[in-house]
Every structure is written in structure tokens, then in C-alpha cells.
Design a protein around this ligand. Structure first.
Ligand SMILES: [Zn+2]
Length: 484
């Protein structure tokens, strides 16, 4: 049995590319999930598509993965530095709905978006609110071991007691302290110290509140990921993912509290993967309910969710990407051409792993695809290898079939079923019913003319459609049209 090239990945812990060696039969993987106080925008979704690429690559290599993604429905203060009000409560007040309703509705939309983007479902989506007793126990252990101090505002982790603090972020803690411009928490000893428990202020009763040894209040945000990942994946697991912003604070704090809690001298998690940001400045489109654009806005503008996925995969996960309308247009056009090119090859075989693909896929092209994904998940290179293979006249249709299936096991674009007709260049939604009827009529007239072998008439209608900006494609099922 062979799994192709050695999988190598860029580990934020140490900032170098390393071989991935799993610690056991099941590869445990944890991804920081959303705070469900608002819609996840397009930028937020990049983290989940990136994590999905990692998962697909692990599956490709024959590893069994157990993936956990948390849902933060309590405890995330307005500032990541654990000061200010709870995001959930602010949202509830803004929308005049209960915190529970807010959490449920935004969680549902998040799941819908994951599904639309063809993200493989995680084994577990733990809710922070369901783990508060475990978080209290965890914080109590840290307190018993002398890692904490109490203030009227809560229980704080004393980062001075954890000498390796900040290794992941490569923080220079002393320099940071001097440059301290952050909000002051009265009594906090160091700027880097963070709340494990946030005790509610007298007279300011929170909506979400639990009793604890440190008074009524809510857990600190960083705590949930340590507690839920250890509860669901065991004390140590292989991979932790998240956006690059988490590398500097949230994950630094997760490591400090987890390693202090475990106390076994071992690194808590061995591989840390961080995706870069997606900049949304170039997203000029109608936005629902204000804020940054989200997947539903793209769909309303006539784009297929897979086009957004392709747009993301067209950049390496560790490179910053700028979202632009030209970019998403190009992605949709590329996807349309890919789907049209693949249509005659269907049905595609079922392929998830390198081993399965190796049975029938063209070996040379397969090697290029495997080399790309194995080199720190290089999806742009993988896409280029797929395009080249589809143009290569020396590869047999059978060799291409398995190759497309193999590439898509990693890309997750749904190439086995994508209909080019669903990938119109521009939404036809803005047409009036009359305009739409007129186009349909012309298309039907042309089909009739072709049946009667009146080629001059058929060509003339095609020219008329062309002048209207309608692009016509003849498929075995009949003509399909889209606006250019
Ligand atoms: Zn987290």
C-alpha cells in the first residue's frame, strides 16, 4: 500500500514546514468555530474551507480523522482581550430576541453555509453553554495548582507562572507590556493575563450566568476550546486550526492554560495550522442586514457557492486573498468551463483516497496532484495540475475520470454533479418575466429552426440572442442559456 508523497505542513509552532506524523490510529483535529451572535461573513468562512482542505488531505492519505468544531454561544466578550460585554447579550439586545434564539438562528445559518460550501461535517459541534460545569472544574484545577489569582472582576490566569507563554505567537512579553495600550483591567498584573472566569459586576446581572467558586458569572472565552477539545479528543491531539488572528492571542492562551492543566511537560497539540485573512474591501454587492457580505449575498447575486470555494482554493491558505467581483466572476467562469469539460466524462468513479485513485487514474498526472496537496496543501497548484490533465490528449478518458474524481476528493467542488447551466456568468434574476419569456421564445424558435434544418434562421436567432447578451450552449439535454 502506498499513500503517495509524504504529507508536509507548515506548523505555526516553530514556523517551519514539517512531516505530518499522526500520533495514533485516529487523527484528532480541532477547529475554532464561530461565535453565533451574527452571520458569518465570507472572510469568516475561509477558515472552515481551509480546515476542510486539511481534512480532505488527511482522508486522502488514509488517515481516520475525528474533527471537532466548537460553537461559541456564551463567553465571548466584545473584545478578544476579555473585556466588555458578552457578544451574545449585545446581539440579543440589538435584535430584541433571546440569547437562545440568537444562538439557534445564527448556528443554523452557519450550518447551511457549511453545507452549501460542501464542507465535510465535523464529528462534533459542541456548544460552549453545554460545557460550563467542566470549564469551572478546569479553572478550579488551575487555581489549585497556583496558576491563577482572583480579582473582583473574576479569576485570572497568571501568565508569569507559565514560562513558555507566547511561544506560538513568538511574543516578546516584556516589550508588549511596555507598549501596553490595551484596556486596563484593575488589578491585572500583566497585560497578557486573561480571564478564566468573569464575575458579574454587582447590580449588573447577566442574562447568561452560572454559579462558581468565583461568584456568579460566565467563563472566559479562551477556556471553552481547551475544555471541549480535551473532553472530545483526549488530553493530546494532533492538529489545531484557526484564523491567523488566533495565533497571537486566543491560541496562545489555549496552550498556556491547557499545558498548565495537563502538567505532563508534553506539548498539548503538536501541529498548529493558521489560515490567512480574506480581505473584503473589493466586495461591491448588496448586503443583507448591513455588515460584511456573506454567502447568501453572493448566491443572490447569481454566484454558485462552489464558485466561492474555487475562489478560495485558487489562493494558498497561508496567503492573504483579496475578494473582488472580478475574482469571483473569473472563478465562476473557470468552474463553468471545468464542469462543461467534465460533463462528458460522467459518471465519475467514487474516490476518496490516493490508494483508490491510484488504481485507474493516469499515474503521472496523479503524482502531480498528490505532490501539490502534500506540499502544505497547495490547492492553486492542484487546480493547475487538474486543468493541464484535462487538456492532455495522451490521457485516456478512463485515466481522466479517476483523476477528476481524485482532484475533487481534495477540492470538494462537487465536480461529479455540477451542472454548467447552474453557473451562469451573471444572475438572470434582474430580468423581468417578459424579458425572460422573450429569451425563452427565441431559444425555442432556434431549436425549432434547427429541427427543420433551417440553419440560416437558427444562426440569425443565435445572433439576436448574442446581441441581447445571452450566451447559448448546446448540451445533449438541449440548449441552455445564461447572461454574459
Ligand atoms: Zn478556540
Amino acid at each position: 500500500m502506498t499513500n503517495g508523497h509524504q504529507l508536509r505542513l507548515y506548523n505555526s509552532l516553530g514556523r517551519r514546514v514539517e512531516d505530518f506524523i499522526p500520533s495514533g490510529d485516529v487523527t484528532g483535529m480541532y477547529s475554532c468555530g464561530p461565535t453565533v451572535y451574527a452571520y458569518q461573513h465570507l472572510g469568516n468562512m475561509r477558515a472552515y474551507v481551509s480546515a476542510d482542505t486539511v481534512r480532505r488531505a488527511l482522508r486522502w492519505k488514509g488517515f481516520t480523522v475525528r474533527h471537532v468544531v466548537n460553537i461559541t454561544d456564551v463567553g465571548h466578550a466584545v473584545s478578544d482581550a476579555d473585556t466588555g460585554e458578552d457578544k451574545m447579550e449585545v446581539a440579543a439586545a440589538r435584535e430584541r430576541r433571546s440569547v437562545l434564539e440568537i444562538a439557534e438562528s445564527y448556528t443554523r445559518v452557519f450550518f447551511d453555509d457549511l453545507k452549501a460550501l460542501n464542507v465535510l461535517p465535523a464529528a462534533e459541534y459542541p456548544r460552549a453553554s453545554a460545557y460550563v460545569p467542566q470549564m469551572i472544574e478546569f479553572a478550579a484545577v488551575l487555581e489549585a495548582r497556583g496558576y491563577t489569582y482572583r480579582l473582583p472582576s473574576g479569576l485570572y490566569f497568571d501568565t508569569a507562572k507559565f514560562p513558555r507563554y507566547g511561544e506560538l505567537a513568538q511574543l516578546h512579553v516584556e516589550g508588549q507590556l511596555e507598549a501596553a495600550r490595551v484596556e486596563q483591567v484593575p488589578g491585572r498584573r500583566r497585560k497578557t493575563d486573561f480571564a478564566l472566569w468573569r464575575t458579574e459586576e454587582p447590580g449588573r446581572r447577566r442574562v447568561l450566568r452560572w454559579d462558581s467558586p468565583w461568584g456568579w458569572g460566565t467563563p472566559g472565552w479562551h477556556l471553552e476550546c481547551s475544555v471541549m477539545s480535551i473532553a472530545l479528543l483526549g488530553p493530546h491531539f494532533d492538529i489545531h486550526t484557526g484564523g491567523v488572528d488566533h495565533r497571537e492571542l486566543h491560541h496562545v492562551n489555549e496552550i498556556a492554560q491547557s499545558e498548565a492543566y495537563l502538567g505532563d511537560g508534553q506539548p498539548w497539540v503538536r501541529y498548529w495550522l493558521h489560515n490567512e485573512f480574506l480581505q473584503l474591501g473589493g466586495a461591491k454587492m448588496a448586503k443583507s442586514a448591513g455588515g460584511a457580505p456573506r454567502l447568501a449575498d453572493l448566491v443572490a447575486a447569481g454566484y454558485h457557492p462552489a464558485a466561492f470555494r474555487l475562489f478560495l482554493l485558487g489562493g494558498h491558505y497561508r496567503s492573504q486573498l483579496d475578494f473582488t467581483m472580478a475574482g469571483i466572476d473569473a472563478a465562476q467562469a473557470t468552474l463553468r468551463r471545468l464542469a462543461a469539460r467534465i460533463q462528458p466524462l460522467r459518471p465519475l468513479p467514487a474516490v476518496e483516497t490516493f490508494e483508490e485513485a491510484a488504481r485507474t487514474a493516469d499515474p503521472r498526472a496523479l503524482d502531480l496532484i498528490d505532490a501539490a496537496i502534500s506540499a502544505d496543501f497547495n490547492t492553486p497548484k492542484l487546480l493547475a495540475a487538474l486543468q493541464d490533465a484535462l487538456r492532455d490528449p495522451e490521457i485516456t478518458p478512463d485515466g481522466q475520470r479517476a483523476l477528476v474524481a481524485a482532484a475533487d476528493a481534495l477540492l470538494g467542488l462537487g465536480l461529479a454533479t455540477l451542472d454548467p447551466a447552474d453557473l451562469a456568468g451573471q444572475s438572470a434574476d434582474h430580468l423581468t418575466p417578459e424579458e425572460r419569456d422573450a429569451i425563452e421564445q427565441l431559444v425555442a424558435d432556434r431549436t425549432q429552426a434547427r429541427k427543420q434544418r433551417d440553419w440560416a434562421r437558427a444562426d440569425q436567432i443565435r445572433a439576436e440572442l448574442d446581441a441581447l447578451g445571452v450566451q447559448l450552449t448546446d448540451t445533449p439535454e438541449g440548449p441552455v442559456w445564461q447572461l454574459r
